[in-house]
Design a protein around this ligand. Structure first.
Ligand code: GDP
Length: 313
């Protein structure tokens, strides 16, 4: 099937066509360039919502419940579960199946896990392209959830229009919040497991930590919502806050700013990857390796070597 065919099928709601297109991204297929060109007129309509938080805090459960809530509002929802810590997507498959059960028969929900395969730049490269597929396919809201641990919180925030940070009692999240820098990235803080002891304390701690954070004049003031995701409680409020944030982004022009910043990062990541590939291809041996050897041998210095490299372009 040709790329334009796949794209029009994906836009018509064919989940298998969407899956094929995302596989092109994962596999770094040579047709990816054509896919992206074909998709570009349709991009920019979806609201991308990043969902982050420590493992066990309730991300999967909350994502699932949020999908239910967004469906009630008639929205088409895409879910991308990204595992930046794993080069394999196999580990995330079980999660997929568990989640799929509730929304499996709904043609207006598409759920997919994706490994970022240890690309140079990790999330910077593959995730935005998978998001573009879902966006162009006509999903109104795309939830991006990080599976696994690491620095992914901050990375996911850079990709999203709206970032949800999940916390829960009994996880030492107060300290974790400060450590991972998540106090700067959240547009909405969700204290999940509100049915457990200590949830109020997490909320109070969070409120005072957020109050101390420096914010620009006119900046969005993040709200805190308590949920019991396991029972679907509070998710209506989460959905409402997500919508309120999107309206704010649109009205203030912040949406365009964030998206331009994101596109810049993406272009840069692609260009750097292309440059690296080019340097590696000179006479089958890396030009960069030769120059490095010359610097180590004292025959050149790093500035001169960098100039040589740039001169070759
Ligand atoms: P993730 O690792 O962040 O994706 O977390 P999960 O969604 O897999 O949830 C971790 C555990 O917390 C599971 O056993 C859930 O059933 C449980 N859980 C999720 N939400 C709630 C909640 O609101 N209250 C309680 N008590 N447990 C919850």
């Amino acid at each position: 099937m040709s790329v334009p065919d796949l794209v029009s099928r994906a836009r018509a709601g064919d989940a298998r066509a969407v899956a094929r297109l995302i596989s092109f991204v994962e596999d770094e297929s040579p047709v990816l360039r054509e896919v992206m060109a074909e998709l570009s007129p349709y991009a920019g309509r979806a609201q991308v919502v990043g969902i982050t938080g420590s493992p066990g805090v309730g991300k999967s459960t909350s994502t699932n419940a949020l999908v239910t809530e967004l469906r009630k509002a008639g929205k088409r929802v895409g879910v991308l579960a990204v595992d930046p810590s794993s080069p394999f997507s196999g580990g995330a498959l079980l999660g997929d199946r568990v989640r799929m059960q509730e929304h499996a028969l709904d043609p207006d929900v598409y759920i997919r896990s994706m490994a970022s395969r240890g690309h140079l730049g990790g999330l910077a490269w593959t995730t935005p392209q998978a998001l573009r597929v879902l966006d162009a396919a006509g999903f109104d809201v795309i939830l991006v959830e990080t599976v696994g641990v690491g620095q992914s919180e901050v990375e996911i925030a850079a990709l999203a229009d709206t970032t949800l940070v999940l916390l829960a009692p009994g996880m030492g999240d107060g300290i974790q919040a400060a450590k991972a820098g998540i106090l700067e990235i959240g547009d909405l803080y969700v204290v999940n497991k509100a049915d457990r002891d200590g949830a109020d304390q997490v909320r109070r701690d969070l409120r005072s930590m957020l109050a101390l954070a420096q914010r620009r004049e006119g900046a969005w003031k993040p709200s805190i919502v308590a949920t019991v995701a396991a029972k679907g409680e509070g998710l209506d409020e989460v959905a409402a806050e997500i919508e309120r944030h999107f309206a704010w982004l649109t009205e203030t022009g912040e949406l365009a700013l964030r998206r331009t910043r994101r596109a810049r990062d993406e272009i840069e990541a692609i260009a750097v990857t292309a440059l690296r590939a080019r340097w590696g291809d000179v006479h089958g041996r890396s030009e960069l390796d030769d120059l490095a050897a010359a610097v180590v041998a004292g025959e050149s210095d790093p500035y001169a070597a960098a100039d040589t490299l740039l001169d070759q372009l």
